[in-house]
Design a protein around this ligand. Structure first.
Ligand code: FES
Length: 107
């Protein structure tokens, strides 16, 4: 099982084992990670699953797609490494992925 590390605003890191085929958002919810709301349930329409991809992983994770870009306009404090975690499937290639949680999610 690939591991994903979620780093909170206070620097606290939580490692989780992601289920096969799960997204970064689903893995967060399954493991009670605070800071991922996911109001739309993964439909790429709410932006409340916003995360920052650790700089070391940006290239491997890859770019946002067009729908994601549009939805991210509603997120708070969007940066170059912002992604919607519901749009990232955790594959073996992403074993060890590190994501940072934002200070707040949009309403
Ligand atoms: Fe709503 Fe990701 S869960 S955009």
């Amino acid at each position: 099982m690939p591991k994903v590390t979620y780093i909170a605003q206070d620097g606290a890191a939580t490692d989780v084992d992601a289920a096969s085929g799960a997204t970064v958002m689903e893995s967060a919810l399954d493991n009670d990670i605070d800071g991922i709301v996911a109001l739309c349930g993964g439909g790429c329409s709410c932006s409340t699953c916003h995360v920052y991809i650790d700089e070391a992983w940006v290239e491997t994770v890859g770019p946002r797609h067009d729908d994601e870009e549009f939805t991210l306009e509603c997120a708070i404090d969007v940066r170059e490494n912002s992604r919607l975690s519901c749009q990232i499937e955790v594959t073996e290639e992403l074993d060890g992925l590190i994501v940072h949680l934002p200070a707040e999610q949009a309403d």
